[in-house]
Design a protein around this ligand. Sequence first.
Ligand code: HEM
Length: 244
Amino acid sequence: MTDLTYADYLQVDTLLSLQQPRSSGTADRAVVLAEHFFIVAHQSCELWLKQLVADLDAVVDTLASGSASGSGSGAADLELSAELLRRAGDLLRVLHEQVLVLERLPLRHFVEFRPFLGTASGAQSEQFAGLARLVGTDRRAGALYEAFTAAAERSGLSVAQVCRLGPGAGGLHRVAEALLDVGDGLWRWKVAHLGLMSRMVGGEQGTGGSSGIDYLIRRIVLPFPELRSQRGQVHAAEFAGSTG
Ligand code: HEM
């Protein structure tokens, strides 16, 4: 048997065959390079989204499994959930950087290859929609929050109690903190994406046919509202206590 190589293990040839600028053959080298840059940034986002959604799906399964509460194997499940959530928070930092790096896309080159995008738009990203369903919005709890509240209930704790107990709530506290890291990470990504979009196309419509800026602004919300408000209550209780 021949030794497995780096290229074989990672299927590098297949991976590197997937960047096909549509402006190739009709535009200047700098424009084709810019489109290549645009494709690499988007494909990298999709790859990291794949890991992110798989990690968060695993968190939902682990928290919902019934053992993710209390001590013993339940405690191990909570720690695994917190670890996966912290990794997801860091992956969102990577995705944030993928958006920021596109600020180095020269506008004059983007203008030249943009017609080749047709009606293709990031708004059609199925993996991003999956991420949005997991995380939820400021009005609708996603699968992650539902699984977290179910795990807290099984431990006999409400979300308010988890917030009040802080580190005393153990694994549930660490999961709650990491959920906020994920929610804030997604919010930060959306803000960076709005900035990129507005400097690239201003008030123009998006290729997906949306109004562009207004559409994206409406979608920038802070997930996990109950966790946020319960943390606020901790301040209120502390303040009332200290003023007697
Ligand atoms: C020059 C760079 C970019 C521009 C001008 C841009 C523009 C837009 C616009 C105008 C929209 C609104 C939908 C539409 O009408 O098309 C949108 C949505 C979206 N774009 Fe981008 N985008 C850029 C880069 C990226 C990158 C690097 C990603 C990473 C995958 C991305 C992912 C998305 C997603 C997921 C949405 C839906 C957002 C939501 O539903 O909140 N975009 N983009």
